[in-house]
Ligand binder design. Structure first.
Ligand code: GAF
Length: 382
C-alpha cells in the first residue's frame, strides 16, 4: 500500500471536511486465468494487489453527504433520500450506487463525507471500480455499525455496478478486492462464492503486467451483450448457468444458435475447464502447463469470445516471440487494459525494453509495464 497516497487522501479530507477520517485501503486485482467465467457461475483465479483505492470517510452533521474525488478535484453533494444514477461513465455512480444498495437492504445511514484517490493506473483493467465500491461499503459499515458481513458487502458492491454503473458484472472483482490474502491467489468458485487460497511463489518466474493504455468505448455494452448470450444459451440448454453445460450439450443445440454464439459459449465452457486445470498445474508447480493454459485463454478471448483488441493481441504476440514468457493473455473484461505475463525473472528487463519499443513502433503510443505484490483485501488503515 502506498503511504504517500494515504497521507494525501487523509490531508485532503481534513482540509476539505475539517474532521479526522477513518481510512480504508481497498485493492485492485489481477486475474491469472478464468475470464468471463464468473457470471457463468464458474471458476476464476484472481488475487488482490498492492495498488488500489484509499478512502477517508467520516460522519457529517450536515443535511447532505459529500464525496470528493481527490485526483479529479471534483465533489458531489447528495441527499440520502433522493438517489438516482447519473450519466453513464460518471465516477459518482460507484458511490451513489453503493449508498442506494445499502439502503435497499433497509439499513439506516446518516450523512457522511468521503474523500478518495487511487494508484491503479487508469484503464489498466485491474478493477479500480470494485476497489472503490468496496471501500465505500466497508467504510459505511464501520462508521454506522451496519453489521454487514464481507459477503453481503461484495453483493452490495456488485449490485451498485449493475444498477448504477450499468455493467452486469460477475462477482470476481469485488470478491478478490475484499477477500485478498497477501502472497496468495484465490481459486474462486463463483457459484458457492467460496475460494481456496494458493500461495504464489513462481521461484525463477514472475508475473508482470503490461498496460496497453487504451480502453475502447464499446467495452460496457459488449460486456452486457456477452453476458446475455451466455444466459440465453444456458436457458436453451435448460441449465442454471453455463457452468453446468458440457461441450457435448452445446453440440446438441449447434444448429439452433449462430456460429458466433456457439464459439462464445464454447469459449466459456473451455475457459472454465482451463481455470480448474490451472489450479492443478499450480499445485504441481508445473509452470509450463500453466503458461500454455494462459496462452490458450487469450486465444479463446481473441478468436472465440471476441473481447480482445489489436493492442492486447500485439502484446501477447510479442510475448510469444520472446520465448521466455511461458504464458500471456489479456486480463479482465477486455477491449483494452492490461496483459498478464508469466516470465522468467532473468529475462524480465530485456523483455520490458523490447516490448516497450515494439509497442511504440506499432501504435505510436506508450505501454506501461509493472510488477505487483499480491496483497491483503479491503481493510482499515491503522
Ligand atoms: C470484469 C467484470 F467486472 C468481472 O466480473 C469479470 O466478468 C471480468 O470482467 C471478466 O472475467 O472485470
Amino acid at each position: 500500500m502506498n503511504k504517500t497516497l494515504t497521507n494525501t487522501i487523509k490531508n485532503s479530507f481534513i482540509k476539505k471536511f475539517k474532521a479526522e477520517p477513518l481510512m480504508i485501503f481497498s485493492p485492485g486485482r489481477i486475474n491469472i486465468i478464468g475470464e468471463h467465467t464468473d457470471y457463468n457461475d464458474g471458476f476464476v483465479f484472481p488475487a488482490a494487489v498492492d495498488k488500489g483505492i484509499v478512502t477517508g470517510i467520516q460522519k457529517s452533521n450536515a443535511n447532505t453527504s459529500m464525496a470528493y474525488a481527490v485526483d479529479k478535484e471534483q465533489t458531489i453533494e447528495f441527499s440520502l433520500d433522493k438517489l438516482k444514477p447519473l450519466a453513464q461513465g460518471s465516477w459518482q455512480n460507484y458511490i451513489l450506487g453503493v449508498v442506494a444498495e445499502i439502503q435497499n437492504r433497509s439499513k439506516t445511514l446518516g450523512n457522511f463525507n468521503i474523500a478518495f484517490g487511487g494508484d491503479i493506473p487508469g484503464g489498466a483493467g485491474m478493477s479500480s471500480s470494485a476497489a472503490l465500491e468496496n471501500s465505500v461499503v466497508f467504510g459505511l459499515n464501520e462508521l454506522f455499525g451496519l453489521g454487514l458481513t464481507k459477503h453481503e458487502m461484495i453483493l452490495i458492491s456488485q449490485k451498485a455496478e449493475h444498477n448504477y454503473v450499468g455493467v452486469k458484472c460477475g462477482i470476481m472483482d469485488q470478491y478478490a478486492s475484499m477477500f485478498g490474502i497477501e502472497n496468495h491467489a484465490l481459486l474462486l468458485d463463483c457459484r458457492t462464492v467460496k475460494s481456496k487460497p494458493f500461495k504464489i511463489d513462481f521461484k525463477d518466474h514472475e508475473l508482470i503486467l503490461i498496460n496497453t493504455n487504451v480502453k475502447h468505448s464499446l467495452s460496457d455494452s459488449a460486456y452486457n451483450d456477452r453476458r446475455s448470450v451466455c444466459e440465453s444459451v444456458a436457458e436453451m440448454l435448460n441449465v442454471k448457468a453455463l457452468r453446468d453445460a458440457t461441450e457435448f450439450d452445446l453440440e446438441s443445440i449447434k444448429d439452433k444458435i449462430t456460429p458466433e454464439n456457439y464459439q462464445k459459449v464454447l469459449y466459456v465452457i473451455q475457459e472454465n475447464e482451463r481455470a480448474v486445470q490451472a489450479s492443478i498445474a499450480m499445485q504441481e508447480n508445473d509452470l509450463e502447463t500453466l503458461g500454455k493454459l494462459i496462452y490458450a485463454s487469450h486465444n479463446g478471448l481473441q478468436h472465440q469470445y471476441k473481447v480482445s483488441c489489436d493492442e492486447l493481441d500485439f502484446l501477447v504476440e510479442q510475448a510469444k516471440l520472446n520465448g521466455h514468457v511461458l504464458g500471456a493473455r489479456m486480463m479482465g473484461g477486455g477491449f483494452g487494459g492490461s496483459t498478464i505475463n508469466l516470465i522468467e525473472k532473468t529475462e524480465t528487463e530485456s523483455f520490458k525494453t523490447f516490448v516497450a519499443e515494439a509497442y511504440k513502433t506499432q501504435f505510436n503510443k506508450e505501454c506501461s509495464i509493472y510488477s505487483v505484490k499480491l496483497s491483503e483485501g479491503t481493510h482499515l488503515i491503522k
